[in-house]
Each structure stands twice: as C-alpha cells, then as structure tokens.
Design a protein around this ligand. Structure first.
Ligand SMILES: Nc1nc(=O)c2c([nH]1)NC[C@@H]1CN(c3ccc(C(=O)N[C@@H](CCC(=O)O)C(=O)O)cc3)CN21
Ligand SMILES: CC(C)C(=O)C(=O)O
Ligand SMILES: [Mg+2]
Length: 262
C-alpha cells in the first residue's frame, strides 16, 4: 500500500474514534518534507521552532510571517500531498482578530497549508471560532506556550497542581467547542495528558505529555540529533545526525588540506 492515504481533518477525528495514534513532525524545508511524508509521517508542522532550529534565533519570538511563509512554501513543494500545518508566528495573530484572519489566510492561499496552529486556550477560543467559521482549520496548542516565555519567565512545565490541571482541561474544552480539529498538549504530566485526552472528543497531539495522548509531535531537529543548543527533556533522539554531519565535513576539510581531495 502507499504509505500515505491523503490525510484531512476528518482523518484526525476518525483516528481518535478508532483508537489509532497520529504522528506529526516539524519540518522546515523541501527535502525534509519529502522524506517525512514518504516515510509515512501523518502530518507535517512548519513549527515556529524554525526560529531556533534553523534560523539561529534564541527563541521563537523574532520569527516573522514572511520567514515562516518562505519555509512553508518549501515544505509544500517538497511534499505536495502531505497534510501541512502552518504554526502562526508570535504577533501574527495577537494584535487583532482581523490581522489573525488575514495572516492565517496567507498560510492557506500563499503557502498551500492545510491548517494553521496557534498557541493558547480560553483567550483565543473566540478567534479559533472565527477562523474555523471562515474555513480555516485550526490546531490548538495548550500547556507550555513558547511564545509566552517573557511573561512566564522561561520554559515551564504546566499542569503540576490540581488547579493548573483543571484549568488546562477547561482550556481544552473551550478550544474544542470553538471548533479546533485537534490540540497540541506541550509539557504536562502524563496523568494530565491522559485526563484531557479522555475528556475531549478531538485528538490530543502530545509533546512531553505522556503516552496516552492521541498522537505525538516532535521537533525534527531534536529527533535527528541536529539541534545542539540544548536538548529538551521531551525530545526523543532517533539518530545522531549532528555528529555525522561534523565527522563528514571534518573529513572533507582534512582531505582538502592534505590534498587527498583534489
Ligand atoms: N529544538 C527545539 N525543540 C523544542 O521542543 C522547541 C523548540 N526548539 N523551540 C520552540 C519550543 C521551545 N520548547 C521548549 C524549550 C525548552 C524546554 C525546556 O527547557 N524544558 C525543560 C523542562 C522545563 C521544566 O522542567 O520546567 C527541560 O529540562 O527540558 C521545553 C520546551 C519547545 N519547542
Ligand atoms: C513543538 C511544536 C508543537 C511547535 O509548536 C513547534 O515546533 O513550533
Ligand atoms: Mg510552535
């Protein structure tokens, strides 16, 4: 069988109903998208982690719409049939709903994305309803919100107290009611990931939120060992491409120096 039947928002719903897990990986360029899609990864997220993994920024805040679109277009070219989600950059959707709708529209119209993702719970539920009402599928994102590091004072695990866990469930119910087709759950205790997954009808896509989420998402560069600034605890490493990369270019430089390669 071909590895990918065409994935749609309906696929997410059906998978959860059937108890089948959903895989998602971030990807930022055409060759990466081609490999991930042909390998059978269900969905590709052009994460705003692009800022850190590829563009060399210290956090995700500086990323612009233009930069994100540039990479989303490359991802679409590399995997024309993949389900591609565009992660809305910081301040592309916060200033007004009007600006949010225009920017989300650009993701679909200009980059050919299938859906957008934005960070937040109850406070963005009315915006999610407007986007979905306009025909733009939305993936929500709850828990650790990297675009809130300045107000949070860093990257912090969420849902550690019963009150926090209850608030996360409330947020999950609000984004579900607003029409999000699924939600990311980032960095919360496994029990909270499980509790939320069991109490909403849309799939949860976990990162650092335990084995009972309806799917998992990883940052590609963490998975491949290609991000050397730091390793988040939630990252699972499947390869050491950073090491291979360094060995290869070291050998090349040495071969040129010693005139073995000429
Ligand atoms: N390479 C990369 N991987 C990611 O997962 C990622 C990015 N970049 N950039 C955007 C955000 C930032 N994320 C992060 C970054 C750091 C931690 C972190 O330092 N976590 C701590 C645990 C936090 C705590 O214990 O309070 C850790 O030790 O891993 C978590 C998520 C997730 N996203
Ligand atoms: C970690 C995922 C969910 C993300 O938002 C990103 O990579 O930007
Ligand atoms: Mg993101």
């Amino acid at each position: 069988m071909s590895v990918n039947n065409k994935v749609t928002v309906g696929t997410f719903r059906k998978r959860k109903a059937a108890g089948e897990k959903i895989s998602m990986l971030t990807v930022y360029d055409a060759p990466g998208a081609a490999i991930c899609h042909s390998a059978g990864v269900d969905s590709l997220l052009v994460g705003d982690s692009l800022a850190m993994t590829v563009l060399g920024y210290k956090n995700t805040l500086p990323l612009t719409m233009e930069e994100a679109l540039h990479h989303a277009k490359a991802v679409r070219r590399g995997a024309p049939d993949a389900f591609v989600i565009f992660d809305m950059p910081f301040m592309s959707y916060q200033a007004s709903d009007e600006e949010a709708l225009r920017n989300a529209g650009r993701a679909l119209k200009e980059a050919g994305a299938d859906a957008i993702k934005l960070e937040g719970g109850a406070e963005v539920a009315p915006l999610i309803a407007k986007l979905v009402g306009s025909g733009i599928p939305v993936l929500a994102h709850l828990g650790l919100l990297p675009q809130h590091i300045m107000t949070a004072g860093g990257y912090k695990l969420t849902g550690k107290t019963p009150e926090d866990a209850a608030r996360l469930l409330e947020d999950a119910r609000k984004v579900e009611a607003a029409g999000a087709f699924a939600t990311v759950l980032e960095c919360m205790p496994s029990e909270v990931g499980k509790m939320i997954s069991e109490n909403i009808s849309i799939p949860t896509i976990g990162i650092g939120s335990g084995p009972d989420c309806d799917g998992q998402v990883q940052v590609l560069n963490d998975l491949l060992g290609l991000f050397e600034e730091f390793t988040p605890k939630h990252a699972r490493r499947y390869a050491e491409l950073g090491r291979l990369f360094r060995e290869a270019v070291t050998a090349y430089a040495e071969d040129v120096r010693t005139a073995k390669f000429r």
